[in-house]
Design a protein around this ligand. Structure first.
Ligand SMILES: Cc1cc2nc3c(=O)[nH]c(=O)nc-3n(C[C@H](O)[C@H](O)[C@H](O)COP(=O)(O)OP(=O)(O)OC[C@H]3O[C@@H](n4cnc5c(N)ncnc54)[C@H](O)[C@@H]3O)c2cc1C
Length: 206
């Protein structure tokens, strides 16, 4: 906001933002394979890496995998499965790689595929039909968020919820919602910020 406002408003957003110099980003993979998974494999999985191990170029030590249901032919061709894979990443890092960006992205993709081969039941037998890897740079192209900071500001015990930027601003008619405002990231938090804004507008315009 401080980049797109002027004067008093700019000063307000500069001061609001000074405690929030870190935000989450994501590396995500979309994969389609043949359906070779055990029937009792859950659709949502979190794979933990070995103690001390992290996904290359991130400090993330686990990987989330959500799969389409067997027989779901809307998300992929009949007889296939889709896997939506994600892990946390620091957005800033992916903007500092210059000529090494493509190699780093390939390395992350290779690491995650190897991890799925060794830890996700059935995946070692799977034929990969489609694979697409996205970094914070890709996310910025998709949803225009600054530096691809999807996922909001990290929640921390060191920061009171009351310090989050409020939904109502000191400026008449300017309200804020979304995962960088109170009460923070995630679909429930973002929804509540929208409901808060609705209630304030209703109250203020009565
Ligand atoms: C991989 C991943 C997994 C996640 N998993 C979960 C989960 O399991 N549970 C959960 O609760 N949360 C999850 N989250 C977090 C959740 O998705 C976000 O916190 C939430 O979507 C943020 O909502 P938002 O409305 O603040 O922002 P966004 O959803 O980013 O919406 C902002 C919108 O504004 C649009 N936009 C941007 N700039 C402009 C412009 N200049 N003009 C017009 N439009 C513009 C964008 O295109 C976008 O549609 C996940 C996030 C990621 C990335």
């Amino acid at each position: 906001m401080q980049d797109i406002t002027e004067g008093e408003m700019k000063a307000y957003f500069k001061s609001e933002a000074k405690d929030f110099n870190k935000a989450w980003g994501a590396i995500t993979l979309g994969i389609a394979t043949d359906d070779v998974y055990p029937a009792d494999l859950p659709l949502h999985n979190q794979i933990h890496l070995k103690n001390g191990e992290t996904v290359p170029y991130t400090n993330s030590d686990s990987i989330f995998v959500s799969m389409s249901k067997p027989g779901d032919s809307r998300r992929t061709k009949a007889g296939m499965r889709t896997l939506n894979v994600s892990t946390h990443a620091s957005p800033e890092y992916w903007y500092s790689l210059n000529g090494d960006y493509d190699t780093a992205k390939q390395q992350v993709q290779g690491f995650i595929v190897d991890t799925l081969r060794s830890k996700l039941p059935g995946f070692s037998r799977a034929q990969i039909d489609v694979i697409h890897t996205a970094t914070p740079v890709t996310w910025e192209n998709w949803v225009y968020r600054k530096k691809g900071r999807v996922g909001g500001i990290p929640q921390s015990m060191a920061r009171s919820l009351l310090k989050w930027t409020p939904n109502e601003t000191p400026f008449k008619g300017l309200y804020l919602c979304g995962d960088t405002t109170f009460p923070g990231q995630g679909i429930p938090g973002v929804t509540l910020s929208g409901i808060n804004v609705y209630s304030r507008i209703k109250k203020n315009h009565h």
